[in-house]
Ligand binder design. Structure first.
Ligand code: GRF
Length: 216
């Protein structure tokens, strides 16, 4: 069973989606540790509720913070680290240590609307379609090889909250599925491109108004 470590800074609904997918047996994995840079992150509370090792790691000293994350992950035998709303940029040292075993979710269709407010930036720009992206992390934020994307309509009456909510539903699908593909060893990084080897599909769970990239 794949051991996952999750990094989260906030409320942790993506963490919740991962935990549920594990519990339901949709992914052959377990969350072995959760680390947050925010002492009050609800993500930590969620983890503890499930008896998952949950740690707050002070991030004032970035180097110390990352060394701590690294130690915790190794201590728990973590094989894949998942950024699920972790709002910090990881250093090249950490990325190098974990490259290929470090994935992230971003609430926009990369390479558009990188940064901390992908949903608000997309809405304000006036795009008609946005969505979410999972990718392997590399040294540049929101930049590494893309695993899955889901396209979501931006509606006339959307405000940031409504759009973010619609995107979040798709995040909760493509992030667990990306972990599943990793666990099945179906992700092959070829430079910037990720080849997804053939196998099963989650398309039976497709939401009617979302377009999923190949491999979902
Ligand atoms: C998600 O939209 C994620 O893509 C973004 O931050 C949000 C985290 O939400 N980076 P949650 O903490 O998983 O509920």
């Amino acid at each position: 069973m794949l051991k996952i470590g999750v990094l989260a800074s906030g409320r942790g609904t993506n963490l919740q989606a991962i935990i549920e997918a594990c519990e339901e047996g949709k992914i052959n994995a377990e969350v072995a540790a959760v680390v947050s840079d925010n002492e009050n992150a609800f993500a930590l509370e969620r983890a503890r509720k499930y008896g998952i090792n949950a740690y707050f790691s002070e991030a004032k000293d970035k180097k110390k913070h990352e060394e701590e994350i690294n130690e915790i992950m190794k201590k728990h035998g973590v094989e894949l680290i998942v950024g699920a709303g972790y709002m910090r940029i990881l250093s090249p040292w950490f990325i190098k240590e974990w490259y290929g075993r470090l994935i992230n979710i971003h609430p926009a269709l990369l390479p558009s609307f990188k940064g901390t407010d992908g949903q608000g930036d997309a809405l304000n720009y006036g795009v008609k379609i946005s969505g979410c992206t999972t990718h392997f992390m590399d040294e540049k934020p929101d930049h590494g090889p893309i695993i899955l994307q889901a396209a979501v309509r931006v509606l006339q009456d959307d405000d940031r909250e409504r759009l973010a909510k619609r995107i979040l539903r798709a995040e909760h699908q493509i992030l667990p599925r990306s972990i599943d593909l990793f666990e099945q060893k179906r992700l092959v990084i070829e430079g910037r491109r990720v080849r997804i080897l053939p196998g099963d599909s989650w398309m039976n769970e497709a939401l009617p108004d979302v377009l999923y990239s190949e491999g979902f």
